[in-house]
Ligand binder design. Structure first.
Ligand SMILES: [Zn+2]
Length: 156
């Protein structure tokens, strides 16, 4: 992700998160889609074909995993302001889980400091419930990143 953030410069970049569920409420990020071209804030209404194509590739690459691998949510960068969801980000995610998309989704906001350090926040959204600040575990080895929803699955 750092490579893309450097390419993005001061433009916002983002895409979809793809994760494997490894335990109830715990997800391991296996990949992400990225759109370097659009560079707008309004990630949630961007043309999805590019992300769908990348998502299909990620699903194919990770077909041998034990847990379910699927779309987990959205990510984008805040290159020029703190990596916390804006009001618009919150509204777009809430609208998605309440009205159109999956009933659960995560939002990761990232910011690159210097050339190597990433700051990131994770917020999770579940239909009918208020947003929750999740716990994001970044593996410093750079090989894997684990995303935790920060709470137990709610009974459906
Ligand atoms: Zn934002």
């Amino acid at each position: 992700m750092q490579v893309f953030l450097r390419k993005g410069g001061i433009r916002e970049i983002g895409g979809w998160l793809v994760a494997e569920q490894i335990a109830p409420g715990e997800f391991e990020l296996v990949g992400f889609t990225v759109d370097l071209e659009v560079g707008t804030h309004d990630r949630f209404h961007s043309v999805p074909s590019l992300h769908t194509e990348q998502l299909d590739q990620l699903l194919a690459l990770n077909g041998n995993r034990v847990g379910r691998v699927d779309y987990l949510g959205e990510w984008h960068s805040h290159p020029t302001f703190p990596p916390v969801p804006s009001e618009m980000d919150m509204a777009a995610m809430i609208d998605m889980v309440e009205n159109s998309g999956p009933s659960f989704a995560a939002l990761v906001i990232v910011r690159l400091f210097g050339t190597a350090r990433i700051e990131a926040t994770l917020t999770t959204f579940q239909r009918g419930l208020p947003p929750v600040n999740g716990r994001l575990i970044i593996d410093d080895a750079g090989s894997e990143t684990t995303v935790s929803k920060g709470e137990k699955d709610q009974p459906r």
